[in-house]
Design a protein around this ligand. Sequence first.
Ligand SMILES: NC(=O)c1ccc[n+]([C@@H]2O[C@H](COP(=O)([O-])OP(=O)(O)OC[C@H]3O[C@@H](n4cnc5c(N)ncnc54)[C@H](O)[C@@H]3O)[C@@H](O)[C@H]2O)c1
Length: 386
Amino acid sequence: MNRKLRMGMVGGGSDAFIGAVHRLAAFMDNQIELVCGCFSVDPEISKASGKSYFLPENRVYTTYQEMFEQEARLPEGERMDFVTIVTPNFVHFAPAMMALENGFHVVIDKPITFTLDEALTLQSKLQETGLTLALTHTYSGYPAVKEAKERVARGELGEIKRIYVEYPQGWLASKLEDTGNKQASWRTDPKRSGKAGCMGDIGTHAHHLAEYISGLKVTELCAELNVFVPGRLLDDDGAALLRFDNGARGVLMATQIAAGEENALKIRMYGDKGGLEWNQHEPNTLWMKWADRPTEMVRVGTGQMGAVSQHNTRTPGGHPEGYLEAFANIYRNFSLTVRAKMNNEQPTAAMLDFPGIEDGVRGMRFIDTVVEAGYSDTVKWVKFEE
Ligand SMILES: NC(=O)c1ccc[n+]([C@@H]2O[C@H](COP(=O)([O-])OP(=O)(O)OC[C@H]3O[C@@H](n4cnc5c(N)ncnc54)[C@H](O)[C@@H]3O)[C@@H](O)[C@H]2O)c1
């Protein structure tokens, strides 16, 4: 196969936030082109958006149902190869299922679905079809995060005993949903967001990052969820104590009411030989801390990074890579995997390094568990059921 992969989109019109980031990320490595979409719940916005993306009128659809039906009828040489789904959480499952039923691979944003059952149904459908799904847990795309994962796997820190992951934002410190802000409006509505607010929106990123870097799995947690802004229907703040499958203990904190904070995701992890620290606001630096020698600063784009990190780095040291490149790493690895499968080749481990359905299911288990534990003064530990 000697061509770009053809991408369709559900959501991501001029009325949306993250869709534009997905397109930048998808196009960064020249592997993917946008060929069609149903870009908005509002057909006029979908049409106008498609026009502004220079798509032919007949590939801009009014509904996603129409898009999957029409695209599946096009000749193989024309139709899209995969769809990116960037709608509010309650519009994830139906388009994802329809995509898989019509033979299209899927990129989808987190949380993967509205309920755990839907995520499990998607998992079965993926097994049945052999198609590929990427879940955009952006932060696992950073080269320094990948370096951290490799170093932990090599045992540099010894046995992991303690993990702290914190994700404070401040943008929902006031009742932004009452001002007409679309992103705040659906995120704080249980009918469109799901059973969790802040924990579903950013707690799932923190949980994923902790499991991704450590290679460990949370087995149970104890939590408190809070609704600080009066009249809000879902958590806007919370914290959880985590127990991991090797006996390690963790603390996860996620809040959207920390006024003044931007996107201050930070993780620290400690074993018996040393620890590490990574901050999203300084993503090209990984701090390594040692029991028996001074702290080391490891920088992306220098000879200090291993092969996996280098595979996910585009520029030499000192030329900062950030959010868009991390997002693009998910798209690149996904597209390399899909391309290899189309060529009947086995994707390499480096190609397969992107979050997928298992991470999506774990994210939904995290939401269920943290909500069950989070409002009870009597339930202490709640298990992640498998
Ligand atoms: N990975 C990340 O870091 C990250 C960041 C932001 C958002 N997200 C996730 O991305 C998703 C979208 O978030 P957002 O902030 O861009 O939301 P948004 O409200 O800005 O955009 C949603 C888009 O979906 C469209 N839409 C809604 N229903 C539709 C339908 N039936 N058919 C076609 N289009 C439809 C809307 O018109 C809009 O264009 C959410 O699941 C969110 O959790 C992930």
